[in-house]
Structures are given as C-alpha cells and as structure tokens.
Design a protein around this ligand. Structure first.
Ligand SMILES: Nc1ncnc2c1ncn2[C@@H]1O[C@H](COP(=O)(O)OP(=O)(O)OP(=O)(O)O)[C@@H](O)[C@H]1O
Length: 553
C-alpha cells in the first residue's frame, strides 16, 4: 500500500503539485516504513495491521493538515480512501502458541507545533506504568484521534517511559523537536464516548490556579458567575471539559464537575472563620421585613411603588444559613436555547439596580410612552380607598388579614409598610398583565429575583448600572433624589458614592442572574436601548434554564 502511495505522490510531483514534495519525503521516511513492520503483540494480526495502516495514514494526513499548505485535495482523499478501505494484506492464520495476554501496540506520531499536546498523563504507582489520564477535546492529541484516556505509554521518541515519573515524561516531551513518536498500548476497554455537548450557566466563580486539587492547572479553565459554558465531556465524575461561549478557541479546558464543586463549596463554607453569612433568600416572615420607604403614595398605580433603599445599608444577614442553602447547591445551571412561541405569554421583564441609578425613571418612561405594550402590575394595599380611586385600577384594596394571608402563602413578590399601611406586588397581578398580552415590567430588590425565577414567568433580568464616576456626576447635576414623600433634593457626593458601592455589591452578588446589562448614562438612550433589549428578549432565541423549557408534566 505504501509503495503505491509513494508512486502516486511521485506522479503528483511530476505534475508540479505543491505539497507533494513534502508528502513524498514523509512517506519515504525510514521510521514510517518501520512502523508498517510493527506488529508487536497483536490481538488479531489482520486487525492490527489494518489499524496500523489507518493510523499511519491518518497521522500523515493530520500532519499535513496542520503543517502544510496547500495540499491537493484529490491526493488527500485518495489517501483517505486507502485509510478507510477495508483491505489489508492477506495474513497467515494466527499461530496457535500466541500467549493469551498479548496486546496490540499502536505507534502514534504527532508533529509538535506551538500548541500543547492536549493530554494529561498519570502513573500507576503499583506498576510504574504511565497512562494517558485524559485527552482534552479539540486539542492536538484529540484531533489526531490516536490517543485515548487509558492508553498505556510505552515509549516516547524511543525512550521507554515505564517507571519514570510523569514529570520526567513531560520533560522528554518538552525536549523533543519536530515529530514525537509515541508507542502506546491502546486501552482495550476504551469507551466510545459520545460528544454531545451540554450547556451550563456558571453560578459560581472558579480559578484553576487557586485550586490545588486540579490534575493539571494549565489545562484548567477559569470562569465567573454568569458565564455560559459548553460542557463537552462529563465522562469523569470529578473533572469535566468545557469551552466558554461564545467560543473562540477549539480546545476545551478542565473544570470541576458539579458534585466536585459542591463539595469544594461545602469545604470552604466550613473552613471560613465564623462570620455572619449573607442570605440571598428573601425572608418569608413579614415581621422581619424592615419597613420600606415608599416613594409615593400618590403616584398613579401603574407607576413605582416604593423607593428601594440602599442595598449596602439594607442587606439582610441570616445566621441560619447552612451549607445546604440554595446558594451552595447549584454551581452550574443547565440551560437551553428558547424561542418564545407567539401564542405564549411574554417573558416577565425585571429591572434591577442600585437605589438612585434611575430604574424607576426608566421603567416609568417606557410604560408612559408605550402603554399598549408595557404595563406594571397593580399593587395591593391595606390603606383605605381615596376619592377618585378605583379598586383594581389604582390598587387592589384588601384587609390586613387578607394581605398577611397572601404573604404567608408566598403570593407577594415584595411587600413593605408605609405609614401603618401595607403595600405589595402579587404574582397574580403580574399574571394579569401577561394574560392580557402586554409585557410586564417590574423593578424589585435583587433578592426577589430568586422568587420570580419560575417556568411560568421565565423572567428576563436587566441590570441597570451607573456610568463612569465623572459621567454619573455630570448627568445627575439637575436630578433630584427622593428621600421621603415630601422632600427631594439634589444628589450629594455621599449619594453618588453610596450608589456606586451599592451597584458594585449588587453586581458582584447577583450577576449570575442577569440576562442583560444597561448603563444609564443619557436617559433617552437608556430607554431606547432597554426597548430593543426587551424586544430581543421576547422575539429572539435566548438561553434559559432547561427546567423552564420542559413541557409541563
Ligand atoms: N440618565 C439619567 N440622567 C439624569 N438623571 C437621571 C437619569 N436617570 C435617572 N435620573 C434621575 O435620578 C433620580 C433618581 O432616579 P430614580 O428615582 O429612577 O432612581 P431609582 O433607581 O428608581 O432609585 P429609587 O428606587 O431609590 O428611587 C430621578 O430624579 C431621575 O429623574
């Protein structure tokens, strides 16, 4: 077969086809001829010879694909058909005295370039044997298709490696120039791993350089909360392989599996010095909620309900959190692309931002200018009805007992007290807006996002950020901050600092839940950008948790 191939290439050279010369040299190399003679410890001779032929042809093609250009396609496909075809030399029958434990040997030749090999090795401490521990998807070894997890390394460039330390083997690899020749005994139990990708949103931060348990820090991939990951291999219970989306590199990196991350989190939680843990679950007990400062009691009902207090000042701490709390239990959230069918309700739009950043203003403007498209939920209150007000239009007027019943039954997303009366937004009021075919926009405290993340509402969360410190102070020169119902005043330097700090804290803590981020610099621009983000959220495919996209059981 090789002679025929060499002859073909010789003819190609005569026709002056570029690349053929190098191919000719490669095919004529003594090591390649030696490879074809290797038939050490075969399982079945016919199988081994064919495997060698395919492997050799494949490695030549791989070398060419990665190093030569341009190679005539016809020539390559003719080799490929040699590789694929199922003919091999007619071999004599296996000798009867072949030992049972004989194993096939594979010769793998990779051409070293400036990419890493993309495989990790491990040593069997009992036998001293060196094995391929894992092959990184998209890396050089993976693309060759010739090295697999569990393959035993016998030689690297003629150097026997059994008994060496992994570091010594790596040193041989580092010192090698040009082609690297591996002699391996293939893993007989090699599983034909399926490469079906799973998409996950990271709910925690991870840095391989700070993780002493990672098998190879250089092969690790750092990620932060909110990153979308394409997990390409979950075959190992402890270390998965993934790429960050949108994907610019073909080579995957190692990340801890979900169970591995959970146990790391638990370890960290217990190792932390005794401190108050901040709880991201909303407190259910009405009495625990500090009264919220209501912005207005006299605004039209569809406009904002209350002034959100400084996140920094308001953060609630909870000493009863355990390592099993929801914050620790979901390091990754599986996601899928979702396109809202036209007959389905719109997704709930949630605006989040530090107090004073302009969330209410932006929301109010959007509703005011597009009242047929956007609407806010009608709030519930225990205060008496006033002249000119209409139940169900301005507020849902309810008794204190009914309000508290709603709180106990988790029917309110947020609630608070102002001047002895209770106010709140119910999930039913949100449903009402959505059922009428409108887009419901609400602004809530960040901790309420968790309550609203349901299959039914499929919320789309937009975080509104302040612009740069200079632009924040410039643009808010004439703005008024509302401090209570009767007084509003210009922003002070302390307000700006508080706003910026709060914004940073909210982003750091909740960014894994954000679908969109908007910088509120020039109000008009912010409103227009928000409008187009919302349209996209409703009309274009978006990543959502897999559990939201499954049909209701
Ligand atoms: N881009 C902007 N440029 C100038 N002024 C702005 C801008 N965005 C908002 N403002 C003004 O800043 C002030 C505070 O905005 P807003 O009341 O919407 O804040 P908020 O984020 O809802 O905070 P809170 O809930 O505490 O009231 C308002 O006077 C508003 O008109």
């Amino acid at each position: 077969v090789l002679s025929n191939v060499v002859e073909d290439v010789g003819q190609a050279m005569d026709r002056n086809i570029s690349g053929a010369h190098i191919l000719h040299e490669l095919l004529s190399a003594p090591w390649l001829r030696a490879v074809l003679k290797v038939k050490k410890k075969p399982h079945t001779q016919k199988h081994t010879t064919q495997t060698s032929l395919r492997a050799v042809t494949k490695l030549i093609l791989n070398s060419l694909f990665s190093h030569l250009s341009p190679v005539p396609q016809a020539l390559l496909s003719s080799h490929d058909s040699v590789a694929q075809s199922d003919y091999g030399p007619v071999l004599p029958p296996l000798p009867d005295e072949m030992p049972e434990d004989e194993e096939a040997m594979r010769i793998v030749c990779l051409v070293k370039n400036n990419q890493p090999l993309g495989a990790t090795i491990r040593k069997d401490e009992e036998t001293g044997e060196i094995y391929i521990a894992r092959v990184i998807h998209g890396g050089l070894a993976d693309r060759s298709g010739l090295l697999h997890p569990g393959d035993m390394l016998v030689e690297v460039n003629g150097n026997p490696v059994v008994g060496l330390e992994p570091e010594q083997v790596i040193q041989i690899l580092i010192n090698s120039r040009g082609t690297i020749l591996f002699k391996v005994i293939p893993n007989a139990a090699q599983s034909s791993s399926s490469h079906k990708s799973v998409y996950m949103k990271a709910m925690v931060d991870y840095c391989p350089l700070q993780d002493s348990s990672i098998p190879c820090a250089n092969a690790g991939m750092a990620f932060s909360r909110g990153d979308l990951l394409e997990v390409v291999d979950q075959s190992d219970a402890q270390w998965w392989q993934a790429r960050k989306m949108p994907c610019s590199v073909s080579c995957a990196g190692l990340i801890p599996s979900a169970s591995m991350l959970k146990s790391k989190q638990r370890e960290q939680w217990w190792c932390q010095p005794l401190q108050v843990h901040t709880c991201i679950r909303p407190c259910k007990n009405l009495l625990l909620i500090p009264p919220l400062m209501f912005k207005t009691d006299w605004f039209p009902a569809e406009f904002p309900l209350w002034r959100r207090t400084s996140f920094r000042r308001r953060r609630q701490s909870c000493t009863s959190c355990s390592p099993n709390s929801s914050a620790l239990s979901t390091p990754y959230e599986e996601v899928a692309l979702y396109q809202r069918p036209p007959q389905e309700n719109h997704r709930l739009i949630i605006l989040i931002g530090a107090s004073g950043v302009g969330v209410s203003e932006v929301r109010m403007r959007l509703i005011k200018h597009n009242p047929t498209q956007f609407q806010g939920p009608i709030p519930h209150t225990t205060r008496p009805i006033r002249v000119g007000e209409q139940p169900g239009r301005d507020y849902h007027f309810v008794t204190k007992e009914l309000f508290e019943y709603m709180v106990c039954n988790n029917r309110l997303v947020e609630y608070g007290e102002f001047r002895g009366h209770l106010y709140g937004t119910s999930t039913d009021a949100i449903d009402d807006v959505l059922r009428r075919g409108r887009m419901c926009i609400i602004d809530v405290e960040p901790h309420s996002i968790q309550v609203l993340r349901t299959r039914k509402l499929k919320p789309y969360v937009v975080f509104i950020k302040p612009p740069s410190p200079d632009r924040l102070r410039q643009t808010r020169r004439d703005a008024r901050i509302i401090t209570n119902i009767t007084a509003n005043r210009a922003f002070t330097e302390e307000d700006f600092v508080d706003l910026e700090d709060s914004s940073r804290l909210i982003e750091a803590k909740y960014k894994q839940f954000f679908d969109g981020v908007l910088v509120n610099e020039v109000l008009q621009d912010t409103c227009m950008q928000l409008c187009s983000i919302i349209q996209e959220a409703q009309e274009e495919p978006q990543w959502i948790p897999v559990s939201w996209s499954r049909a209701e059981e």
